[in-house]
Design a protein around this ligand. Structure first.
Ligand code: DGJ
Length: 696
C-alpha cells in the first residue's frame, strides 16, 4: 500500500497486479487503474478516466470507487441515502486515511450532513485478491438517515474495445452453469431476492475483453461474500466504460440508521490476472484456503449420507445397517440426513421439533452415535435450523417467529416457513438447541440445510422491518461462529436444497458445500466445472449414488460415478443395503484409490483440461505429484476421444504413471496429451497418478 500525497493517489500492489485510486478535486474517490503492476510514479502519470463524450448531457466525471447520487452521475449508484429533510445523495469531503499493514481505510463524510463513510481495501500480501467493503455511520444526534442502497464496492475494467461477462446460473438440480456472454451496452443485474445466495445466480462475476480463455488473457474476477439476498449491477456505457457495483440486499429495501448507528457491508473481493480463467480460479482457490476457510489444511473425510437411501424413513436399525456397510468400504464419517426428529415422517410435519423421533430412536441418538464410532467413523447429522413446518410444536408455540406480514398469506414452500432469525428470541432458541444437540452427542459434523426462499419477509411490530434481510443472515453467521468456537471439533457443510448457499461468506464459517442435489455424474461434470470457477475442490462435497440416478433416471457405471465424485470431497449416498458384493468390493477399492490421491486433489492446484468436446478432465498438481481425472460421458460416432493434453507439466521433465510404470516426456503430455486407455462406450473414465520421474 503506497500513498502519493502530491497526487492524492493510493497504489495497492499484489503479486502480479496493481490497483490505483485517486482523490479528485471534489474529494470523490476515483478509480485509476486495475491491471498490470505499476510503480507509484507510473501510476501518478495515469490520466483519470473521463468520459470521451462530454456535452451538456454528460459530465467529465471519472469512475467512482463508490458512486453516489449527486452531480452528473447517472449510472447505478453504490450508495443511496436520504436524509431526514428529504435531501438525497452525498457530496464528499475527505477526512483522512490510514494504512495498517495491508489494510487501507479512506475516510470520508458528507459535506453537510453527519454521515461518515469509510472505504476499506485489504490485501494479504500473498496474491492479487483485493477485499473491499464499506462502513457508513450516522454521527448525528437527532435524525435517522435512510439507507436505500449500500454496496460493498464498485469495480471498473479498463477501456477495451469489447467486453464479455462470465457468471453462474442455474436452478435446483442444475446449479453453477457457466455462462459467457458479451456485455450489452446496458445495465445488467445479477441478483438474488430470495434471502439466500440462490441456485439461480451465484455472486461471482468475471469480466474480460472477449479473448480470454482457460490459460491466457486478462480477467477481472469478483465475488461477494454474502449468503442472503444480493445484487451486482454491471453497467457498460455507450462510450466504452464497464463498471459494476455489488453488495447485500436487493432493490427496494431500505434501512434506517439511527443517530450513532453504523452499518458495515460484507466483503466484495476482486482479482486481476493476465493468465486466463484457469489462473483466476487458482488464485481464488489459494485465497479461499489462505484467508477464508478456518481449517484449510485438514483433509476432508470420505462420508456416507443417508438421504437418497432412506428419505424420511429413518430409524436406528436402518441407519445402523447403512453404517455397517459404509464402514466396511472405508467411509470415515456417517451422516444421518433428514427425518430423524419430531414427527418428521414426510416433508409435511415436524420441522422445528429437534428431538429424536421416539418411534425411530426409542433410546435417543446415543446408541447410533456410539455404534458409528465403534465402527471407526465420525458422526454427523442433518439440521435445518432456519425453517419450520406449520405442523410442528415449534410453530404452534411461536407462530409469530416466522417471516410474515399482516394481511398477507404465509406462502408455504415444501410445506415450510422461514424462521425470522433476526429476532433475538428465535435466534437464542435456535442456538440453544443446536448447542445442546452437538454437546450431547459430541456431533462431529452438521449438514446445515435451508430448503426454501423468503416470502412475505415482514417483521410485524419492528420499526425497521427490512433489517431482517441483513440480520437474518448475520444471525446465521453468529450461530455458526459461536457453535464452532464452543465446539472446536465441529465441522459444517453448507447446503440449501443442494447448492443454493455457496459463497465466500458461508465458507468463512463452514468447511464444505453440498453443490447440488443432482448426483447424476453426467450432469455433475458441468455443475462441478462451474463450481470450480471460484471454489476449491476441497470444499466440493460430491456423492456416489445409486444407478439409475434418482433425479435423471440415467444408468452409469460405478467407476464413472466414483471418478466424477473424486474430483472433490466424495461421499457415498446410495442405498448400500441393495448394492451387490461386487459393487461393494469395487467401491472399497475406489474409496482406497481416492485416499491415495486426495492430498493432491484437496490441497493441490487445479487445472481444468479440455478434450475434444466429448472428453473433459481435471489435473491436480501438488509439488511433483499430478492426478488426472478424465470423463467421457458419451462417445460420438463410436470414435475414440483424442488424448487429453495436460496443462501443468514441465516440457523438459519425464513423468511416470505410478500405477502402470509407463513414462511420458512432459513435452508430449503438453503437445499430444496423456493416453487414457478409455474403455469403449459411454460413461468411460480414467484416473491417472503421475510423478516427475526423477523423483520416483
Ligand atoms: C435438501 C438437501 O440438499 C438434500 O441433500 C437433503 O438433505 C434434503 N434437503 C433433506 O430434506
Amino acid at each position: 500500500m503506497l500513498f502519493h500525497p502530491d497526487h492524492r493517489l493510493w497504489l495497492l500492489r499484489g503479486a502480479t497486479s496493481a490497483y490505483a485510486i485517486r482523490l479528485a478535486e471534489d474529494d470523490s474517490v476515483r478509480h485509476v487503474h486495475w491491471g498490470a503492476v505499476l510503480t507509484l510514479d507510473q501510476a501518478a502519470e495515469l490520466p483519470e478516466r473521463v468520459s470521451p463524450a462530454a456535452s451538456s448531457f454528460e459530465a467529465e466525471a471519472g469512475v467512482d470507487e463508490l458512486a453516489v447520487e449527486g452531480g452528473a452521475r447517472f449510472g447505478p449508484p453504490s450508495l443511496l441515502v436520504r436524509f431526514a429533510d428529504g435531501t438525497r445523495g452525498v457530496e464528499w469531503r475527505y477526512t483522512g486515511h490510514d494504512i495498517d499493514g495491508g489494510h487501507l481505510r479512506i475516510h470520508l463524510r458528507d459535506r453537510h450532513y453527519p454521515l461518515h463513510v469509510t472505504l476499506n481495501y485489504r490485501m494479504h500480501g500473498d496474491g492479487d485478491v483485493i477485499e473491499r467493503w464499506t462502513n457508513v455511520e450516522n454521527r448525528g444526534d437527532d435524525a435517522p438517515v435512510t439507507v436505500l442502497r449500500c454496496d460493498s464496492a464498485a469495480w471498473a475494467a479498463p477501456h477495451r474495445p469489447h467486453y464479455r461477462m462470465s457468471h453462474l446460473v442455474g436452478g435446483w438440480n442444475s446449479e453453477f452453469q457457466v455462462r459467457r456472454t458479451d456485455v450489452p451496452v446496458a445495465e445488467t443485474v445479477l441478483t438474488s431476492r430470495r434471502g439466500m445466495t440462490s441456485h439461480h445466480a451465484n455472486p461471482w462475476l468475471a469480466v474480460d475483453d472477449g479473448t480470454a480463455c482457460e490459460d491466457h488473457g486478462e480477467v477481472w474476477s469478483t465475488a461477494l461474500a454474502w449468503s442472503g439476498s444480493w445484487r451486482i449491477s454491471l453497467h457498460r456505457d455507450p462510450v466504452g466504460r464497464t463498471t459494476w457495483t455489488g453488495g447485500f440486499g436487493h432493490e427496494g429495501l431500505s434501512w434506517s440508521l439511527a443517530p450513532g448507528e453504523a452499518l458495515e457491508t460484507p466483503v466484495f473481493a476482486g482479482l486481476y490476472t493476465a493468465n486466463g480463467f484457469g489462473a483466476a480460479s487458482r488464485a481464488w482457490h489459494a485465497h479461499v484456503r489462505a484467508h477464508v476457510l478456518a481449517h484449510p489444511d485438514e483433509t476432508r473425510p470420505v462420508l456416507y449420507n443417508s438421504w437418497e437411501a432412506t428419505g424420511f424413513d429413518v430409524d436406528e436399525a436402518g441407519q445402523l445397517a447403512l453404517a455397517a456397510r459404509a464402514a466396511s468400504l472405508g467411509v470415515e464419517m456417517f451422516v444421518m440426513d433428514d427425518g430423524w426428529f419430531g414427527g418428521r415422517r414426510s416433508e409435511r410435519a415436524g420441522l422445528g421439533d429437534w428431538t429424536p423421533n421416539p418411534d425411530g430412536f426409542p433410546s435417543g441418538l446415543g446408541p447410533l452415535a456410539a455404534e458409528v464410532r465403534r465402527l471407526g467413523m465420525r458422526f454427523g447429522i442433518w439440521v435445518e435450523p432456519e425453517m419450520v413446518n406449520p405442523d410442528s410444536d415449534l410453530y404452534r408455540a411461536h407462530p409469530d417467529w416466522v417471516l410474515h406480514m399482516a394481511n398477507r398469506d404465509r406462502t408455504e414452500m415444501r410445506h415450510q416457513l422461514v424462521l425470522n432469525l433476526a429476532r433475538p428470541d428465535a435466534a437464542a432458541w435456535t442456538h440453544a438447541w443446536l448447542d445442546r444437540l452437538v454437546a450431547e452427542h459430541a456431533i462431529d459434523f452438521l449438514k446445515w440445510d435451508a430448503n426454501r426462499p423468503f416470502t412475505e419477509a415482514g417483521w410485524p411490530g419492528h420499526e425497521d422491518p427490512d433489517r431482517l434481510w441483513i440480520e437474518h443472515t448475520r444471525s446465521v453467521y453468529r450461530i455458526m461462529d459461536r457453535l464452532r468456537a464452543d465446539h472446536p471439533g465441529l465441522r459444517i457443510e453448507a447446503c440449501s436444497g443442494g447448492g443454493g448457499r455457496a459463497d465466500l461468506g458461508i465458507l468463512a464459517r463452514t468447511d464444505q458445500i453440498w453443490a447440488s442435489d443432482n448426483t447424476d455424474p453426467v450432469d455433475r461434470i458441468g455443475i462441478q466445472h462451474g463450481f470450480s470457477q471460484l471454489y476449491p475442490a476441497q470444499v466440493m462435497s460430491a456423492w456416489v449414488t445409486d444407478s439409475p440416478n434418482v433425479a435423471t433416471g440415467r444408468r452409469t457405471p460405478l467407476r464413472f460415478r466414483f471418478h466424477v465424485a473424486m474430483a472433490g470431497a466424495p461421499g457415498i449416498g446410495g442405498d448400500l443395503t441393495t448394492w451387490t458384493q461386487e459393487e461393494l468390493k469395487e467401491s472399497a477399492e475406489l474409496v482406497a484409490a481416492y485416499k491415495r490421491i486426495r492430498h493432491v486433489v484437496q490441497h493441490g492446484e487445479q487445472h481444468r483440461l479440455r478434450g475434444d468436446g466429448t472428453l473433459a478432465g481435471v489435473e491436480y498438481v501438488r509439488e511433483d505429484e499430478h492426478v488426472v481425472i478424465a470423463w467421457c460421458p458419451t462417445r460420438a460416432f463410436g470414435h475414440t476421444p483424442a488424448p487429453l493434453r495436460l496443462a501443468a507439466v514441465r516440457p523438459d521433465a519425464v513423468y511416470r504413471d505410478l500405477d502402470t510404470g509407463a513414462t511420458y516426456p512432459g513435452a508430449l503430455l503438453l503437445q499430444s496429451g496423456l493416453p487414457l486407455g478409455l474403455p469403449p462406450g459411454d460413461h468411460a473414465s480414467a484416473l491417472v497418478r503421475l510423478r516427475r520421474a526423477d523423483q520416483v
